[in-house]
Ligand binder design. Structure first.
Ligand code: PHB
Length: 397
């Protein structure tokens, strides 16, 4: 062995000994408590959902900023991975945060398929995960867990009310659905179908395109030929912009109303313009709810980021609020997972969307608004379903 090599080994051993003795000092506990809490953002920074990732991170950072940069007395340090909304890369990406960066908390993501891989990894490593968007029913269903929380919605939860409204209020009888072929789209379509068919409607045909494909022409031609009374679509982000514009350009919006969960028109209205006017959607947020809480949130967000807030910003903000509740109860000690969990389970979160609590499976129990696009806003028409809880099918907690 060369001298240089030996030196490195020897210095390493010395450093280890020094560290070991430091850990025995009475000051060590204090030093540990003063460490930062490591938050790992796993969000899309590229692709069709990139803008959603930005809004979530903005909302999260804004809440932490409002608390002076500390939650539960601990400073927050951020780590980031661009998940590209790619389920095939999800396990490697989440392990970068868990194993390489050794984060205390995972915050992510937008895409349901990626979120399911995150939930699996979080469970295996007993890491706290707060999902600030992805609605995968399984995350608060069969995959639910003591350290897994969601600040957003389940895919069923935002779509079921649109089915009820389409049948009961709008009197539609015969609908077609169209979405990307992956968990979120399929679950949203199933939710719509359940609400619609329970109230006398019938879903005649379900169309899909692969995610994140935006070549819609052939399917729009099929819709035009079939002439249903209504179309229900799940798309979001850049894909939602393209779909709503194509639907309008094909001349369909004049004769066949286009419905969806509010993702179809949230954070997208600047780009959709004329094409989205008058559309009805259901979601757990709307522009200008008029409460003091929401007004303050919207003003501060616009000031901080020079952007109008949307549902994704709200969900990011509330993920930080949930972390704050748990950390505060645990006295800043993220290791006290039972205390953390108990506190978040019994909390009422003062969200810009309105107060919400969590279900047993850790999904928000919340009002779902009926909204109508007017200009650049999703205006609240009323509450489609009050205090709606996801059924949490398959969750054993
Ligand atoms: C999802 O994949 O769960 C998802 C993505 C974007 C949305 C809503 C849900 O806007």
């Amino acid at each position: 062995m060369s001298n240089a090599h030996w030196n490195i080994k020897w210095n390493g051993a010395l450093a280890m000994t020094a560290l070991a003795s430091l850990a025995c000092l009475p000051g060590a506990a204090f030093a540990q408590a003063a460490d930062k809490i490591k938050v790992g953002f796993m969000l899309p920074a590229s692709g069709t959902y990139a803008a959603l990732g930005v809004a979530i991170e903005n909302g999260f950072r804004m809440y932490v900023g409002e608390q002076g940069g500390k939650l539960g007395g601990r400073e927050i340090e951020y780590f980031k991975v661009d998940d590209e909304s790619d389920p095939a890369k999800a396990t490697d990406n989440v392990n970068r945060l868990i194993k390489r960066d050794k984060v205390d908390v995972l915050v992510g993501t937008v895409h349901s398929g990626v979120a399911m891989a995150m939930a699996r990894a979080a469970k295996e490593s007993n890491t706290i995960l707060i999902v600030p968007n992805a609605g995968a029913d399984a995350v608060t269903g069969p995959m639910c867990g003591p350290t897994i929380f969601r600040s957003s919605f389940s895919n069923w939860q935002t779509a079921y009310p649109m089915g009820v409204v389409a049948a009961k209020q709008e009197g539609k009888k015969n609908a077609m659905t169209i979405t990307w072929k992956y968990a979120a789209g399929e679950e949203a379509v199933n939710g719509f179908k359940e609400g619609f068919e329970k109230n006398g409607g019938k879903v005649a045909k379900q169309l899909t395109v692969p995610f994140p494909n935006v070549e819609f022409q052939a399917l729009l031609t099929e819709i035009a030929a079939a002439k249903p009374d209504a179309v229900f679509a799940f798309f979001a982000g850049a894909g939602a912009v393209k779909f709503v514009k194509d639907y309008h350009a094909a001349g369909l919006s004049k004769t066949i109303p286009l419905y969806g969960p509010g993702f179809l028109t949230d954070g997208t209205l600047d780009a959709q313009g004329e094409a989205a006017q008058g559309m009805l959607t259901t979601l757990h947020y709307a522009d200008e709810l008029g409460t003091e809480r929401d007004k303050a949130f919207r003003t501060n967000y616009a000031k901080a980021y020079k952007l109008m807030p949307d549902v994704y910003a709200v969900q990011g903000y509330d993920a930080a609020q949930m972390l704050a509740v748990g950390l505060k109860a645990a006295g800043g000690d993220i290791g006290k997972k039972d205390v953390f969990r108990a506190a978040v389970e019994k909390a009422t979160i003062a969200s810009p969307r309105g107060d919400f609590t969590l279900s047993k499976a850790h999904n928000p129990v919340q009002d779902i608004y009926l909204r109508k696009v007017e200009g650049k806003e999703n205006r609240k028409l009323g509450v489609a379903v009050k205090g709606l809880a996801d059924p949490a099918r398959g969750c054993k907690l």
